[in-house]
Design a protein. Structure first.
Length: 251
């Protein structure tokens, strides 16, 4: 449980951004997100400056644009929702490319897309420069309840274990000639899901007993020194500080 846990969102590196303590980056991203949300939707130039700030962070961290764009696919549901707002919105209408669109809906769609995209990019950069386990330790350093941190750690640690179990069960089914093609195969998938739940539950019990036998009392020991210097805090908080200055001008 104390070992590092690699995740596909994380991009290993040795940049100054990678070396910052996780609690500094967490607070910086939170502050940046709050500033972005508080920015008036009419301040187009402010959102452009926010994007440039994130671009500067990505360059400093050595995170390529393609890496960010591939992981922004998670935003697609929000994009579809935002694109539907001008069509179904009420109020004043305007013609755009032959379509009658709601003016308040257009403003709402822009507001959602701009702020959600900036927030997603900031989160991607955080995940790309910080290991998942370190993010959780940084949250605990910021006084997040330790029990929540432990639950998240266990979930993170055993998510890949469960996924590997699912993969082995799928290979076993396919090796016996099974391939899900229609609704008649739903019972087989349902039984596989039940078997996966039982195996995961039994594995969790075995792990818990093993931890108790090794002296687990409800808290995990922290062996890393996550203390941050004033320089590191200043470097991390430069992002929300500059964004706050932009917000002040926009108001």
């Amino acid at each position: 449980m104390g070992a590092g846990h690699h995740h596909q969102l994380h991009r290993p590196g040795t940049s100054a951004v990678h070396r910052l303590p996780p609690q500094c980056k967490l607070l910086a991203v939170l502050g940046f997100a709050i500033v972005v949300v508080a920015t008036p939707r009419e301040a187009f130039w402010a959102f452009g400056l926010y994007a440039l700030l994130l671009g500067a962070v990505a360059v400093a961290a050595g995170v390529p644009l393609t890496f960010v764009l591939r992981r922004m696919v998670i935003e697609v549901p929000f994009v579809l929702f935002a694109l539907a707002i001008p069509v179904i919105g009420m109020g004043e209408r305007t013609e755009v490319l032959g379509l009658s669109l709601s003016v308040p809906g257009l403003w709402a769609a822009w507001n959602i897309l701009a702020k959600a995209s900036l927030g997603v990019i900031a989160s991607i950069l955080l995940a790309a420069t910080t290991e998942p386990r370190m993010i959780l330790l940084g949250a605990q350093r910021l006084r997040l309840p330790p029990l929540l941190v432990q639950i998240a750690m266990f979930m993170l640690r055993y998510m890949d274990v469960v996924m590997d179990e699912m993969r082995r069960m799928r290979v076993a089914r396919e090796s016996r000639g099974f391939e899900a093609r229609n609704l008649r195969h739903v019972p087989v998938i349902a039984r596989s899901a039940g078997a996966l739940f039982i195996r995961s539950y039994e594995r969790g019990e075995r792990v818990h007993l093993a931890m108790l036998s090794r002296g687990y009392t409800g808290s995990m020991p922290i062996t890393l020194d996550l203390a941050a210097s004033r320089t590191q805090w200043a470097l991390a908080l430069a992002l929300p500080a500059v964004a706050l200055a932009v917000l002040g001008v926009s108001w």
